[in-house]
Ligand binder design. Structure first.
Ligand SMILES: Cc1cc2nc3c(=O)[nH]c(=O)nc-3n(C[C@H](O)[C@H](O)[C@H](O)COP(=O)(O)OP(=O)(O)OC[C@H]3O[C@@H](n4cnc5c(N)ncnc54)[C@H](O)[C@@H]3O)c2cc1C
Length: 423
């Protein structure tokens, strides 16, 4: 009697980390026909994704592709290799296929119609479960033992055998949502080149005087421009908003400049944030107004009535200018258009929106998401060494790199065919 042919057993892939990058990798793997198990340290997946949705989830950006790719600064080339397969349009098409409509805001930012992440995550998890993806919660990955993955679980330590592993463990901001950067020493000990994690899209400490912070902490600057001086001396001004905090500054305009500010502090011990407190007036108009006769009026009520400089803006001029400069109309006018604010430290990484640093691209096998030092182990998402401003660029790169990791894993396993979804 001939034995019935055994059905071939499909390879088993462990995806560790259930954020947007890990879930996207799981989607590609499941479509490729392999068994997928997602492990996460938290009680549920996608916690940071859900938090990102609280303030109005900005999922991607509608600007032209070359500008979009340029947002990834020094890492635009390897990130473009991901985005070439899954760009902003692909992100939108993917969300629409989950039954969630999107719209483009006036800034070009793309949002789900309801501005929330929860309906999107619900629909996505449903799709993944339907595709056979299994989820294992409260499983904290601790490394490897005898070639197996080790997890701390509520029932004690557990060993897991997998044919390939995708690590999508995130950076180190908002550790209470699960990504705490504890993976850094685990990979470094295995010879993986990891750039130290650093805050990105973060606030800064400015060393305010007690008087200034007691009067102005919490005050927003709503009509202002800011910039960082480039090596050639130019300042590329951008308009936006930020908030004065107890110790310094935070908010979208500061986040947008945080990479060069952070790098300057690392290099020089401090950085200068330049502020234009009257961005709607020309420098000449400001000079004219500051120097024009003001009768018996004080300079502060003159600046308020002629240029709208009052409250926190007036406070910043007093805080950041010497008395002599403040009393000199020409220097005061110049400072209104370019006020140097000295920043001393980036705020701690746990407070940042995202992390810079992580597994260096040089640690990856050519054209793959696989670690050179650890064959069969792939990485995705914010734990890889790239950074981007807010504006949907973070999530888009996480999605795209999750897909790239899923694709690399299928290739490495020699899995042919399957719907690799948009690759
Ligand atoms: C307040 C806030 C608002 C944001 N808003 C936006 C926005 O509007 N648009 C945008 O593009 N981006 C936004 N982001 C950034 C975006 O959320 C992140 O870049 C993205 O979630 C990173 O995805 P990831 O999958 O790489 O990692 P994460 O989402 O951090 O997921 C990593 C997962 O790995 C798990 N994990 C970590 N270590 C272990 C371990 N040892 N064992 C098991 N599991 C582990 C974690 O529990 C977590 O679930 C925001 C971030 C924050 C904090």
């Amino acid at each position: 009697m001939t034995q019935p042919a055994l059905a071939p057993v499909s390879p088993r892939v462990a995806v560790i980390g259930g954020g947007p990058a890990g879930l996207m990798a799981a989607e590609v793997l499941a479509a490729g026909g392999v068994q997928v198990d997602v492990y996460d340290a938290m009680a549920s997946v996608g916690r940071k994704f859900l938090l990102a949705g609280k303030g109005g989830m900005n999922i991607t950006h509608a600007e032209p592709y070359p500008a979009f790719v340029g947002r990834y600064r020094e890492r635009h080339e390897p990130v473009a290799a991901w985005l070439d397969h899954f760009d902003a349009d692909a992100v939108r098409a993917w969300i629409h296929a989950l039954g969630i409509e999107t719209f483009i805001g006036s800034s070009g930012r793309v949002f789900p119609l309801e501005m929330k992440a929860a309906p999107l995550l619900r629909a996505w998890l449903h799709r993944l479960r339907e595709a056979g993806v299994r989820f294992h919660m409260r499983q904290r990955w601790l490394g490897w033992q005898d070639g197996q993955l080790t997890f701390a679980t509520p029932d004690g330590e557990r060993l897991v055998q997998a044919d390939a592993t995708i690590l999508a463990l995130g950076g180190a901001s908002w550790a209470r949502l699960g990504s705490d950067g504890a993976w850094v020493p685990l990979l470094a000990a295995r010879g993986v080149d990891v750039a130290p994690l650093a805050p990105a899209n973060c606030g800064f400490d400015a060393g305010w005087s007690a008087h200034f912070s007691s009067r102005f902490a919490g005050e927003p600057l709503l009509t202002v421009a800011a910039g960082v001086r480039a090596a050639n001396g130019d300042i590329a001004w951008r308009k936006g908003q930020f908030v004065v905090t107890q110790t310094g500054v935070e908010g979208s305009l500061v986040y947008a400049l945080s990479a060069p500010l952070r790098d300057a502090i690392a290099r020089d011990g401090k950085a200068t944030l330049w502020l234009d407190l009257a961005p709607d007036h020309t420098a000449q108009r400001v000079v004219d107004e500051v120097t024009r006769g003001r009768g018996s009026r004080s300079m502060s009520s003159h600046l308020q009535s002629r240029l709208g400089i009052k409250g926190v803006k007036a406070g910043l001029l007093h805080e950041c200018l010497s008395k002599a400069d403040h009393a000199d109309p020409a220097r005061l006018a110049a400072a209104i258009k370019a006020l140097p604010v000295t920043l001393l430290h980036a705020r701690p990484i746990d407070e940042a929106i995202s992390s810079a640093g992580g597994v260096r691209f040089e640690a990856l096998a050519d054209g793959s998401a696989m670690l050179r030092a650890l064959p069969g182990v792939f990485v995705a998402g914010e734990m890889v060494d790239w950074e981007a401003p807010t504006g949907g660029y973070l999530l888009t790169a996480c999605f795209a790199s999750g897909r790239a990791a899923g694709r690399s894993t299928l290739d490495w396993l020699g899995v042919a065919g399957g719907d690799r979804g948009g690759m």
